[in-house]
Design a protein around this ligand. Structure first.
Ligand code: NAD
Length: 272
């Protein structure tokens, strides 16, 4: 497993296991399966409704071998609500210290993300979370957090796959020391995995299309959190550390960028 070092020195596995849309009861067997397959990083969120199910699977290995991420939901933004929501998440997960806490969406029209970030900074100072970051933040939102608090997020988790490559955001991250983390790294398993550019490279390496896309992310330096509840795919998605794409193959995959956003536009998503 590759490890990335975040801007405060905390180490994070470059590949983890996402559990969006996994019901609470199914999260325990899915996360257990992932841990057995070698995953050590798990990505959940309060809004996924499966923090208890995730937590129930975490006793299989020593706590310090695991890297657990959860996210603050939009309705809980603001200084005091954030502190309360954090406690609730930690109770459900059954953890004393979290590895990474993310603001799930900026919801910019609600004007609460700076106060929320101040609560995150406090939680980190208290030692309750090892690293703090954001999700779905655009450059303007990141700039505002940095200008108003002086604390640079360790991670920004955003929609990113070959159809939506986020070049401007990735350049901002590189300049400021923010780790890029890709959600829906496989484009949610849609058209991308049958794109001829991807399948042709896959055939050449005797690998699956999903493995080629994950390898592209890893060689770009992205953290990835592919999701699956199917044992064979859970294992397949982590078996990507024993081959490499060539410069030409990376370049061919990079031509697929087409602004293909699947999820909401973060500038316009203000749901509480
Ligand atoms: P993904 O790109 O990981 O795709 C998952 C889907 O692809 C699966 O449901 C399955 O249908 C298919 N798939 C998985 N492995 C495959 C394989 N080897 N071969 C063929 N098909 C395969 O999409 P995702 O679940 O949306 O994203 C991954 C994780 O990112 C989520 O589980 C969640 O943890 C996180 N996420 C975060 C946000 C956010 O706002 N921060 C939003 C969406 C997702």
């Amino acid at each position: 497993m590759n490890i990335v070092k975040l801007n405060n020195g905390v180490e994070m596995p470059q590949l983890g296991f996402g559990v969006w849309q996994v019901p609470d009861a199914e999260a325990t067997p899915a996360v257990s399966e992932a841990i057995k397959a070698g995953y050590r990083s798990i990505d959940t969120a309060a809004i996924y409704g499966n923090e208890s199910g995730v937590g129930a699977a975490l006793g299989m290995v020593d706590r310090d071998e695991l890297f657990i991420t959860t996210k603050l939901w939009n309705a809980d933004q603001g200084y005091d609500p954030t502190l309360r929501a954090f406690d609730e998440s930690m109770n459900k997960l059954g953890l004393d210290v979290l590895d990474l806490y993310l603001i799930h969406w900026p919801t910019p029209a609600r004007e609460l993300y700076v106060d929320t970030w101040k609560a995150f900074v406090e939680l980190q100072k208290e030692g309750r979370v090892r690293a703090i970051g954001v999700s779905n933040f655009q450059p303007a939102h990141l700039r505002r957090l940095i200008d108003e608090t002086g604390v640079v997020p360790a991670v920004n988790q955003v929609e990113l796959h070959p159809y939506l490559q986020q070049s401007e955001l990735r350049a901002f991250h590189a300049e400021h020391g923010v780790q890029t983390e890709a959600w829906s790294p496989l484009g949610q398993g849609g058209e991308l995995l049958s794109d001829p550019v991807v399948t042709e490279i896959a055939a050449r390496h005797h690998r699956s299309a999903a493995q080629i896309v994950l390898r592209w992310h890893l060689q770009l330096g992205n953290v990835v959190i592919p999701k699956s509840v199917t044992s064979a795919r859970i294992r397949e998605n982590i078996a990507v550390f024993d081959f490499e794409l060539s410069e030409d193959e990376l370049a061919a995959l990079s031509t697929l960028d087409r602004g293909g956003r699947i999820g909401p536009n973060p500038d316009e998503f203000n749901q509480a």
